[in-house]
Design a protein around this ligand. Sequence first.
Ligand code: TXA
Ligand code: MG
Length: 353
Amino acid sequence: MQRFALKRQVFVLTKMQTHVMKADGKGVEEAVSLLLAGQVVGIPTETVYGLAANAMREDAVKKIFVAKGRPQDNPLIVHISSLNMLPMVAKDVPEAAYKLAEAFWPGPLTMILPRTDAIAPSVSAGLGTVGVRMPAHKAALAVISAANIPLAAPSANLSGSPSPTTATHVLQDMDGKIPLILDGGTSEVGVESTVLLLAGKPTILRPGGITGHQIEQVLLQTVYVDEAVTQPVAQDAKVKSPGMKYKHYAPKARLVLLEGPTDAFVAYVQAHLEPGVWALCFEEDMHGLTVPAVTYGRLGENASQANALFGALRKLDEEGARIIYAHGPSHTGVGLAVYNRLLRAAAFQVVRL
Ligand code: TXA
Ligand code: MG
């Protein structure tokens, strides 16, 4: 009789050290060598920070899902640095996509296109399509072109948390999980890219930095907004963009979205005073509030609101807010993107004043 000695294997779970480097020449070089080795790197973009890996390598892409705790059925956006890279990831690209690329790339527009077989399967999460964009950030473009590979990159937050707009936010969520974060300053736009479906009627699946109106001016046709942008979707619903299913951008506190003029907002908050209540409001709303408040931009200025929103949500968590009354933005222009994020942060709890 043969006897097998069973060797006991001991796995020591060592925490990976996460380095933060300036997004200059040396930082870019280090990021490129890690990406080529199949590692995940936090990179700055003009929208939010991304968690990047080689989009053509399944083993590398899988690490993104692990680091974020992201559901496997939620596909990733692929980032390219020049139109020459597009055929690596997408095929049968319609003329409309080239027109939009000409107008808005590099920039905050992601187009959903038929995918090639070369990209790692997890990137598309079983779909026949891939989301592609060219980011407008010097360091992101430098990394992609030096690595000469398309990079899959979701926002660099833990799944469900507010997206990161600074390297510090990325470190809060990814410390010990990835080897490197490139610090390229605060993201200029502050909310994620517009996700546009081009097959059939052009439809915005997620509003972002490029508005429906801007897209209409290039395509010269009506651009639709998917109903999941402003309506809750059931967990088991078949949605065009899987990301729409999940509660998103949420602080730890319960957030209630209040829609109405400044006077009514202030009056509502003042009528609901209790310990742990905070206001998330515009600078103009501060007068008259006796609860602690964090501002996100100015009334009516959607770009400044987008730029400040995610940082404000993180600050409210740090402050230990338990109930947040948020003053809602307009639903037009970039305001639709801000409104969409707040709706999800509020799990669709809205009070119309
Ligand atoms: O601005 C941005 O887009 C940032 C930066 C890093 O580029 N990235 C980002 O990725 O926001 P992520 O993974 O957090 O959001 C991607 C969204 C998700 O809602 C996902 O469901 C949708 O895009 N998406 C990706 N690929 C898709 C596809 N093939 N079809 C439909 N929706 C897709
Ligand atoms: Mg995200």
